[in-house]
Design a protein around this ligand. Structure first.
Ligand code: AVJ
Length: 336
């Protein structure tokens, strides 16, 4: 790191920050929806980042998905944490400072923090500053251990301001929801290696993993008759139209979920149901019938394949808890 970069990291830290032990604002390069949309529509295959799904409406739709009976990951993960709370607390060990990848929902944070033995701190990292600060201020007001916030892209390594939490803290990374499945396996290995650097020696990491399974269960979870997932994925076109003022006919597109193998994953796209075009800032992007724009993916793992991936990182798997049907796993990783 150059001395300049170090200076800017220092400027990024405010400790304390109101009720928070600290705010570390690494000022993630503001993504540019308009620029990325042009690039996505011009590329072959057409592909846009799933992060553009999550405006307020998209976040609400995802919340609705997590309450659908057919979307098993959320309820299964919750069931695993509840059924194995004592075991997990024991294996993780006491007085951990928790570092969550993505600012969790209040219920998820409470579930984890109340199962752990005497947790010493909670810090969340999220790319959305407003969402992060709102959540962490509420949380800090409710608990009596320090709460911190890191505004950054969670694939990056971070220099945690350990003094603001207690320099001797033993860290526990927390990455629930099977969100790791959103990225390719190479990117997942990089993210986990960066997490090992961030959390330091002696750290543990609790991660939710959706497991490989039959295609029917996956299709029911990702393309359900209620059509909430379809609305969620089509939301990226709605944002193009409403926020970027693109000229497009939403009714000329439909949602398409496909199960692919080796590695198993769900690929989520929108597909043109007839010839149509999207016009953005005077550029016209043509779609033939069946042409797609890829929006999101969700990789599934076996414990064996996950272990093979971990072998490329400093982590090893210390334990795993699954549901009775082996649909989902909560894994505990450690490194020295
Ligand atoms: C939030 C990325 C874990 O891939 O299962 C759910 C997103 N997309 N249904 C997933 C999602 C469609 C979800 N993750």
């Amino acid at each position: 790191m150059t001395s300049n970069a170090q200076a800017s990291v220092k400027d990024a830290l405010t400790a304390p920050y109101g009720d928070l032990a600290f705010l570390l604002d690494l000022d993630p390069p503001m993504s540019d929806f308009r620029r990325d949309a042009h690039a996505a529509l011009a590329a072959r295959p057409r592909r846009i980042s799933p992060m553009y799904l999550y405006d307020e409406r998209g976040s609400q739709l995802f919340g609705e998905i997590t309450r659908l009976p057919s979307y098993y990951p959320t309820q299964t993960e919750r069931g695993i944490l509840d059924a194995n709370a004592r075991d997990i607390a024991e294996a993780v060990g006491p007085r951990r400072a928790v570092f969550e990848y993505g600012a969790g929902s209040p219920e998820k944070i409470d579930r984890l923090m109340s199962l752990l033995k005497a947790p010493s701190a909670y810090v969340a990292m999220d790319i959305s500053r407003d969402y992060l600060l709102a959540g962490m201020r509420d949380y800090a007001a409710r608990v009596d251990f320090p709460v911190g916030a890191v505004c950054a892209d969670f694939t990056q390594p971070v220099d945690l301001p350990k003094d603001a939490i207690g320099p001797d803290a033993d860290w526990l990374g927390f990455f629930p929801g099977s969100t790791i499945g959103n990225v390719t396996r190479d990117a997942a290995a990089d993210l986990l290696s960066n997490a090992a650097r961030t959390l330091g020696p002696g750290a543990a990491f609790l991660i939710g993993l959706d497991l490989e399974k039959d295609a029917e269960t996956l299709l029911r979870a990702y393309d359900e008759p209620e059509g909430v997932t379809a609305e969620f994925i089509l939301n990226v076109l709605r944002r193009l139209r409403d926020e970027l003022r693109a000229d497009l006919d939403l009714s000329a597109f439909r949602y398409l979920a496909e199960i692919e193998d080796t590695p198993q994953r769900v690929e989520m796209s929108v597909a043109a149901t007839r010839r149509t075009e999207i016009s953005l800032d005077g550029e016209r992007y043509a779609f033939a019938e069946g042409d797609r724009l890829h929006v999101s993916r969700s990789h599934k793992y076996s414990l064996q394949r996950f272990d093979a991936l971990l072998a490329r990182t400093p982590w090893r798997r210390a334990a795993a808890w699954t549901d009775a049907d082996s649909r989902y796993a909560v894994c505990l990783l450690k490194h020295d």
